[in-house]
Design a protein around this ligand. Structure first.
Ligand SMILES: Cc1cc2nc3c(=O)[nH]c(=O)nc-3n(C[C@H](O)[C@H](O)[C@H](O)COP(=O)(O)O)c2cc1C
Length: 371
């Protein structure tokens, strides 16, 4: 059901007050607050942010996109540096969380070493792995027989159907939850540039209801609900109510968590979001092969003029990237950004990033979002 009918239904649910976030159980754990802090690479969501979100009862997510970027051997030995750093960030988050909430890891399936990173996350005791950017059809092999939950991020019912079918056929496994990400999100987007530019992408609420239809037979077979978390542009408590009214059991929010003291990025990175104006939020092409949303910056302006910035050194992070032809190095651009290099950084952001006007704390933000 789309368009007006869906809107009317959502409104009715909001009026009825049937839109509260309710605690969930996910695999072997309880999640008091069904609010996921979305994974943000490179280095934006690591153990500190994820740990504090979990401590408030939510699901904190560590990004597994080059978490070792600050390790001394990162350029020479990136896989080992990343695995070492990822495990350390999971342990740090778990210590901060003190047993509350859940600590998850976000793995981009466009990464060359996604399997090794999934294995490391399980070994370090991550409560969940959330897989984005790419089709994570082999993910269950790393979590079978463990307490680590798994979830794909999808932007269409078609992608959800493909992944669920593959997991069932290959491993007889169902996802523990799903993240449905709409076109207002930050980072890489599961829509074509044409759809995004012409505003033709389906509204988030509609994708949530379509994915809910796809998972129904799987839920019946599993004998258990598979919760959906809606993501992309969720900014206020009212937005959360709208997402729940459309059938989501929870939400995933990323951009708002950048403007917190606990966010793992540099103060200069956070300030770029406070400074950003609405007209400075743009769409960019990424070497991942998907469009992304970012703040207009000296790097995006140089790219627009020159078309390409040649790669100085390569750590071989992406399956899809050829350093000889790629428009720019995504690892270089994102790690420059997180360290606060305004000239050379790529600052991924959600469509509502321009609304950020002050730094708060995770506790205050979650309290604002849930009241
Ligand atoms: C700076 C930044 C980095 C991101 N990095 C990743 C990532 O590494 N993997 C991923 O699956 N999603 C990534 N995302 C997407 C978020 O996890 C989230 O789903 C999305 O941004 C939600 O929309 P919102 O930012 O409007 O709340 C990133 C988003 C931002 C803003």
């Amino acid at each position: 059901m789309g368009g007006l009918n869906q809107d009317v239904l959502n409104l009715l649910n909001i009026v009825k007050g049937d839109v509260k976030l309710k605690s969930l159980s996910i695999k072997t754990r309880g999640l008091d607050l069904p609010l996921i802090q979305g994974g943000m690479g490179i280095g934006v969501s690591l153990g500190n942010l994820a740990g504090h979100v979990a401590r408030c009862g939510g699901m904190g997510v560590i990004s597994a996109a080059n978490p070792g970027y600050r390790q001394p051997d990162f350029r020479k030995n990136s896989l080992e540096a990343n695995i070492r750093a990822l495990k350390a960030e999971i342990w740090k988050a778990k210590e901060i969380a003190s047993g509350r909430g859940m600590v998850a890891v976000n793995i981009l399936y466009a990464l060359n070493h996604s399997g090794e990173l999934a294995k490391a996350a399980v070994e370090a005791g991550a409560d969940a792995i959330i897989a984005g950017a790419g089709l994570p059809t082999g993910l269950p092999q790393f979590t079978l027989g463990t307490d680590t939950a798994i979830a794909p991020i999808v932007s269409s019912a078609k992608a959800a159907a493909l992944i669920l079918k593959a997991w069932k056929r290959k491993y007889n496994v169902f996802p523990d939850f799903l993240v449905v990400e709409g076109s207002k999100a930050g980072g890489h987007l599961g829509f074509s540039l044409d759809e995004l530019v012409s505003n033709q992408a389906k509204p988030l609420e509609q994708i949530v209801s379509e994915v809910a239809e796809v998972i129904k037979p799987y839920e019946a077979e599993k004998g258990q609900a598979i919760p959906i978390f809606a993501a992309g542009g969720i900014y206020t408590a009212q937005d959360i109510k709208r997402a729940v009214a459309s059938g989501a059991a929870g939400v995933q929010i990323a951009t708002r968590f950048i403007a917190t003291e606990e966010c793992d990025a540099s103060p200069e990175f956070k300030q770029a979001f406070i400074n950003a104006r609405q007209e400075e939020i743009i769409l960019v092409n990424s070497p991942v092969g998907m469009p992304g949303r970012a703040i207009k910056s000296p790097l995006t302006e140089r790219l627009e003029l020159a078309g390409r910035i040649s790669v100085k050194s390569c750590v071989g992070c992406l399956k899809t990237c050829n350093p000889a032809t790629t428009p720019y190095c995504i690892t270089e651009a994102l790690s420059s950004a997180v360290m606060g290099d305004w000239e050379n950084g790529l600052f991924f952001c959600g469509s509502n990033a321009y609304k950020l006007d002050r730094i708060t704390t995770v506790k205050q933000l979650i309290s604002e979002l849930t009241h």
